[in-house]
Design a protein around this ligand. Structure first.
Ligand SMILES: [Cu+2]
Length: 200
């Protein structure tokens, strides 16, 4: 059900679905209860309100259930985030350099491109650096976005498991031509990538 072009994208979609589902169920439940009470206790029926002083069972239930729900949302979100920040030793490293208004990708052998070429099924570490102002590297299909801040080194992990071409955008307003700061992520089979990587 949640299969994106990476396992991480599937995780993010699952967390989104989980949180929205719980929110919708609560919204419908609370709204229905409110409407029910409006009719049940309307003035015409002549109800006399009576004071209630504490109800341990009810109070425990309305503290415990929301706490469990919120903690479970945090748990799923955090586990996905932790995986996203984990850098394995054999990660393939690409330096990403942002400037007004373009992206540059630098590979270990000195190759520099304006399109991000990566091999499939490989854990890729993108080192992020800005030469001028703040930018943000955003790859919507992979559900990943990370600020690229001037003066601060950061990184982002990417593990594609689907071939194809995907949009890359800048998601931080960075000046006049911010809207043009688009490029592509191209995921290639390992042998095709090696071929590309090894030709000067
Ligand atoms: Cu930008």
């Amino acid at each position: 059900m949640f299969s994106g072009p990476s396992a991480h994208a599937g995780n993010v979609d699952f967390v989104m679905f989980y949180i929205v589902s719980i929110s919708v169920v609560l919204l419908l439940g609370i709204t229905a209860t409110m409407i029910y009470f409006v009719f049940k206790y309307n003035r015409k029926k002549g109800h006399k309100p009576k004071d209630i002083h504490g109800n341990i069972v009810l109070e425990t239930v309305w503290i415990v259930i929301p706490t469990i729900l919120v903690l479970s949302m945090f748990y799923y979100g955090y586990m996905g985030f932790r995986e996203f920040r984990y850098v394995p030793k054999d990660a393939f490293v690409i330096d990403v350099v942002a400037r007004q208004w373009q992206w540059q990708f630098k590979y270990g052998d000195g190759k520099t491109t304006d399109t991000l070429y990566v091999p499939i099924n490989k854990q890729i570490k993108l080192n992020l650096e800005s030469l001028d102002v703040n930018h943000s590297l955003y790859i919507p299909a992979f559900r990943i976005k990370q600020d690229v801040l001037y003066g601060i080194k950061n990184y982002m992990m990417l593990t594609p498991d689907e071939l194809g071409s995907f949009d890359i955008a800048c998601a931080e307003y960075c000046g006049l031509d911010h809207w043009q700061m688009y490029t592509k992520l191209v995921v290639m089979p390992q042998d095709k990538f090696n071929e590309w990587y090894n030709t000067k």
